[in-house]
Write a protein that binds this ligand. Sequence first.
Ligand SMILES: Cc1cc2nc3c(=O)[nH]c(=O)nc-3n(C[C@H](O)[C@H](O)[C@H](O)COP(=O)(O)OP(=O)(O)OC[C@H]3O[C@@H](n4cnc5c(N)ncnc54)[C@H](O)[C@@H]3O)c2cc1C
Length: 405
Amino acid sequence: MTKSKPVIVVGAGPVGLCLTLALAQAEVSVTLIETRSDENFLDQVPRAGSNHPATLELFDRIGLYDKLEPRGIIAPKFHYWDRQEGTLIAEFDHGLLKNDTKFPFVLQCERIKIIEEALKMAKAHPLVDVRMSTALTGFEQNADGVVAHVTNAADELESIDGSYIVSCEGARSIVRKDLGIEFEGFTYPERTLNIEVAYDFAKHGYTDRNYISDPLEYSNLFHWKGPPERWRIHFPTDPNEDEAVLTRPEAMQARLKGFLPKDGDYEICGCNLYAVHQRVAKTFRLGRGILAGDSAHVNSPIGGMGLNSGVHDAFNLADKLACILHGESDESELDRYDRQRRHVAVKHTQAQTMRNKRLLEERDPAVRKRNHDELRRSAEDPVLARKFLLRTSLFESLREAEQIS
Ligand SMILES: Cc1cc2nc3c(=O)[nH]c(=O)nc-3n(C[C@H](O)[C@H](O)[C@H](O)COP(=O)(O)OP(=O)(O)OC[C@H]3O[C@@H](n4cnc5c(N)ncnc54)[C@H](O)[C@@H]3O)c2cc1C
């Protein structure tokens, strides 16, 4: 075990928890700070939950996969639909990756289930000190380490010593702001409305993950394991419309029935509205302050890449920090983390999620036709389909990052 001061990980989201577990399992002690309490930890709005094959391999490495599989849906296939025509454009099957990975499927398992299971594991690990109800307010660093300033569970100001501080606080990262790192990019004017419905869309030919193109109202439709068994549908919304108006039960019923007409009302289990940003921090590291996950990059959820690429940051960083703290490499490895993961954020996650959105909302009929023909061609040719899947399941970005020295 390393004798150095613990790594301070801020935020028990999926990224902070994976980083914590990977570090602890590499014999590095961790202080994990989370502002939420045990009582309200699971009281969070539905967010990400499509876990790609490359991410499942990483969950497996820390013993998390086995806890998630029974709580999720194994989804080997995904669909592209044309809502205007009411037709299936293309079906992709991860089964084509059976020689590439032990996990030739996506696991539909919501963020809340991931953090619930991972937090239990973190609390049970002797090298992890989990500090719930503790909010980071700022930090300082010098040549030997960092001091995190927090408000603790007793509502007192406290200072916590560490070797490094890693911000896994999400998009509003205090560490990023304290370090003065710019969060470059933009925010789309329209917000996304998520509606969760207890209704079996599979009866109408949909698979567990569906991307639905429509020049007027594109959407995504995903299946989640119960209880209650649910499907989540995303719609873009008018930027000038109030949240109260968009989430009125009659307004949501009208959208759902516009998508798929039905006698009687849909059973709506929940909804939320959120702003979609495309931003990447100018650097992922300044001295002993490091960014990972949403604190380093945020993107549209189309393609399910935010949580996944954040988890990839966590594992990349854990390996490097462990080597540094065990005296096997020097701090220049942290600059390599920045080069590798920033490259993925800009060239893969940002580029792909923006392309995904353009594909679904395309208005020009000729471009729509060309896009749909290309999807069909890719799905029908096993060589092209495998290439497509290696990209969407994030193996390509991991392999490319590995080549960056
Ligand atoms: C409303 C919403 C809906 C989304 N929907 C989707 C989706 O459908 N598909 C998709 O792929 N992605 C979606 N995302 C993005 C996805 O949820 C994130 O990419 C993913 O959760 C990032 O994980 P993270 O661990 O970096 O940060 P988070 O999951 O945001 O976790 C951050 C953690 O840090 C804690 N924290 C924050 N500040 C402090 C502090 N000062 N001190 C201590 N702790 C702190 C928070 O309480 C939280 O537990 C959505 C995001 C939002 C906000």
